[in-house]
Design a protein around this ligand. Sequence first.
Ligand code: HEM
Length: 297
Amino acid sequence: MAIASRDRSRSILGAMSQGSERGYWYFLRVSGVLLVFLALGHIFITHYANVPSETTFDFVSARWANPLWRMFDWMLLLAALWHGLIGIRISITDYLPGPLWKQVAYALAWIVGLIFSVVGSITIITFNEEMSRNNSGPLSGDLWIADVLGALLYVIAVGTYLGIIALAIWVIRDFQAGRAPVYRGDPGQYAFVFHKAAGIGILFFLIIHIVDIMLIGLGRDVYDKSVNFYGQPFLVPMEILLVGALLYHSFNGLRIIAVDFTTSGSFRQRKMFWVVLIAAVVLTIPSAIMIIAKEIF
Ligand code: HEM
């Protein structure tokens, strides 16, 4: 009962929160539903039907020859970027000390959003296949740019792997101390921690991914060199975790929306959490098999 009333209060909180906060609350839910189609559709193409290192210049330019796919990728860019940046406000509000740091972080999120919206939109809308294929654009010969991006992917991968090790240590320590793991070990708290970690993790990967796609405008060679990094064994676990994180965050996002907008949702939230978790793990397996088979063997 306690859990149901807390989630109920959250939807009332959302409805009652003032002005922009209420707008952000609804934006996260509407953009979330849109992203179920855009982001899961995208991850199916790049991590099930193909694997990340196959998303080469030829693969992307063939897709972008069709304006509908350009529109799809443009909507995905804007929805994922702004959903993630509005979402990260929750952590800024909850965890950053003092109003000054909060305001600085809010402003930074807006600046990042505007810069990456413009850069990403220019890349998708102005893509000139012939110029890029001939590597005749500015910076097209600077292949070191791809190495810098590859290094950033390694940094994200190391951060992800260390984060998972830290979470495992947290759980083991709690067990050793005879405590329920992760706060009081309540499914609602697991759902909260995993949802936040998955959302923030996907957002950081997304920022690097937008820079990576931007390289296609510079030239085929620099872009294909950056895509080659996705085939490196050290990054493969991160790619599989990305699929799992997106599946979990999406399904749990739908669970949150069901709790917010339906009465039955509040009472079924515990059962729904286990369904969400099991579905995310089970549906990640085929992608993991594909990626390991193609990238490792
Ligand atoms: C590219 C994909 C996505 C990214 C980068 C992303 C990122 C984020 C981030 C960073 C948060 C804040 C998490 C927190 O601090 O609690 C968040 C919240 C949220 N996300 Fe996503 N998300 C994505 C896709 C989705 C999808 C597909 C849904 C499906 C409905 C969704 C539903 C939600 C909801 C409902 C919240 C608000 C949770 C709350 O109010 O506590 N997200 N997202």
